[in-house]
Ligand binder design. Structure first.
Ligand code: GLA
Length: 361
């Protein structure tokens, strides 16, 4: 059979940190960096997976349900398994992956791998599946097969992204909107070089603390809580700080949407800086390296605001910059970081790109 190709981008979270699994709202962008999967059907249930970043080709003979291996191939295998559970007749296949995404930077290389696989497989074994259902299927692969409790942000951004637009996702109603992003502003992503691994216990611990705060307030999710209600409620101070971050993030996303819609995109900068302060003070998901990068970026002319992006505990920051200043901000931050730490920061100026399945309009 002929070879087919699928591309799925990584994503950068702009505002709405840890809101997705709390029924909240998020603002993100799909990147132009991502994962390309080339593949073809194989007979007799044979599965052959390889990646330019992996040392060897993985060969699996499918007999019944697929099993977790503990390696990177669990992402594509999980997607194949979830598609089969959803009724797709997925037989054998070969997939060869190539990535332009830095690993461990918090730019969702895992979601890109899942989405690229899902698009590839639904082309090899044709299946009509609505885009949001495909995003949820990929998340299920990560939650149930790989065993990481992420929310919907990464997969939805990778699917719904739109060139020169931000993705606004409401995780409760599952509505998605594309909001134009002006060409005089850019997103400078700077990787701290200190690895980010969601499989660490911190993510799940924060998740539990958020659920605990919602339980104490008698609501289904922190989405249902305003800052005023939260501050008036009885709960341990540490639990309140976790919830304060999430509730504040939802409010900052709504403010950002208003700013973008009323022609004041620069106002996102201070909201992003406030988000980072809240990560430091309330959610405690930053690191000294991320804090240093944010303060170095904030000190540069042409940088409007900066924050950690994604789960936290390492990875990258994202700075909102004037395009004309982007290069000088990048160079200044990289060199100051190198002189103050033993790590190397790498900055990449990104434009919002198309998702794996962008809308036609
Ligand atoms: C990770 C998860 C997402 C989201 C972010 C934090 O990237 O995969 O689902 O929870 O952290 O906003």
């Amino acid at each position: 059979m002929t070879q087919v190709t699928a591309f799925a981008p990584g994503r950068v979270e702009i505002l709405g940190n840890h809101t997705d699994y709390n029924g909240g709202v998020v603002l993100s962008a799909a990147l132009q960096l991502g994962i390309t999967a080339k593949g073809r059907r194989l007979s007799d249930g044979e599965i052959r997976l390889s990646s330019s970043g992996a040392p060897r080709v993985a060969e699996i003979q499918r007999a019944g349900s697929l099993l977790r291996t503990g390696e990177w191939i669990d992402y594509p295998l999980g997607v194949a398994e979830m598609l089969a559970q959803a009724g797709a007749e997925v037989g054998g296949f070969e997939a060869i992956y190539e990535s332009t995404l830095p690993v461990g930077a918090g730019l969702s290389s895992s979601a890109a791998l899942e989405v690229a696989t899902a698009v590839l497989l639904t082309r090899l074994y044709p299946l009509e599946i609505p885009r949001m259902d495909l995003a949820k299927l990929c998340r299920r692969a990560e939650n149930e097969f790989v065993g990481v409790n992420c929310g919907l942000l990464d997969q939805a951004s990778s699917i719904f992204g739109k060139k020169d637009h931000l993705v606004y996702l409401d995780c409760r109603s599952e509505a998605v909107d594309a909001i134009p992003f002006p060409s005089h502003l850019g997103l400078l992503i700077i990787n701290s070089g200190v690895k980010h691994a969601l499989t660490g216990g911190e993510y799940n611990e924060r998740r539990e603390q958020c659920f605990e705060a919602a339980r104490r307030m008698g609501v289904a999710a922190l989405r249902d809580v305003s800052s005023v209600q939260l501050e008036a409620a009885e709960m341990p101070e540490s639990t309140r700080r976790r919830a304060r971050h999430v509730v504040g993030e939802n409010e900052r996303v709504f403010s950002a949407i208003n700013a973008l819609r009323s022609g004041c995109p620069e106002d996102l900068g201070p909201l992003m800086s406030a988000s980072h302060r809240s990560s430091v003070e309330n959610f405690e998901n930053s690191t000294p390296e991320l804090d240093l990068l944010v303060s170095l970026a904030d000190a540069q002319r042409g940088c409007l605001g900066a924050r950690l992006t994604g789960g936290g505990f390492g990875g990258a920051i994202v700075a909102l910059v004037e395009i004309e200043a982007a290069e000088s901000v990048r160079v200044a931050v990289e060199s100051a970081y190198a002189s103050q730490t033993s790590h190397k920061a790498i900055g990449i100026l990104c434009r919002a790109g198309d998702g794996a399945l962008p809308s036609a309009d």
